[in-house]
Design a binder for this molecule. Sequence first.
Ligand SMILES: [Zn+2]
Ligand SMILES: [Zn+2]
Length: 318
Amino acid sequence: MKSVRFWGTRGSLPVALTAPQIRERLVAAVRASREQSLRSDAEIEGFVDGLGFDVAGTFGGHTSCVQIDTGDACHVICDLGSGLRPLGQAAMAKHGLAPQTYHVFLSHVHWDHIMGLPFFIPAYVPGNRIVIHGGHANIEAALRRQMEPPSFPVPFDAFNATFEFVQLSPGVAHDVAGMSVTTLRQRHTGDSYGYRFEKNGRTIVYTTDSEHTLDNADEVHTFATFFANADLVIFDAMYSLADAVSVKADWGHSSNIFGLELCQLANASHLCLFHHEPASSDAVIAKVLDDTRRLEAVTRTGRPLKVSAAYDGLEIAL
Ligand SMILES: [Zn+2]
Ligand SMILES: [Zn+2]
């Protein structure tokens, strides 16, 4: 396992910054620069890097799509959200028409997790092989249906790559692309599946669209075991704790607080907040990240847990 790259980090629906939001950021940046001496390019870049991520960056954009660089020649991708489109463009730029194998692990077939596939250029390239792994039996039907008329102009059969579908059984370790992969069924409308990837002593857990209740000891134990000693846990933190336990209980998602508690119980190294609520501004996500880090510091009993918030373009080295 070498690294993880995030191509899509937003939940439910892609979002983009609007013109008024960009203007607001520029005004904030220029205002903050008033007392600064910014003569050289290096001084300007240093100043920009010192601005908050909610001014100088954005948590983006595309829906769920995460790439794992296992050190192997084949590609490993979690979910086919709209972030799959730029992933495909980058793969084409790097590999051209040379045949590639893509192993995809699908959490479930809700639209935000499959909408990128029709825009994935490698799927149209003859000689490419795309293997879609998942816990559901209906994955192929769902992928075909989103490309049927009258909803989409290009049918699934227009793909020239070969497709294979592999149904994984929860709790059974599968060898894929040199990794040991185990799955866990999660609470979500229509079910979703989390994945634990292990290779050469490194462990990544991808768990999204999963609702948790911390008052069920069996369930807490199951997830803490699934996350055990992970180097990185990519966790559905769509809601605040208040939302998750009140108005949005049973909406199928989780919060930063549940992620923190489960990772602490599991002795994980790094919690990455993921599947951000589309209505959340960058400032809101930055505050959730800050609150989670402060809570981690005051509740820490063992080694520190690193906490980050995923954004499109983030790369985490392992
Ligand atoms: Zn989702
Ligand atoms: Zn979902």
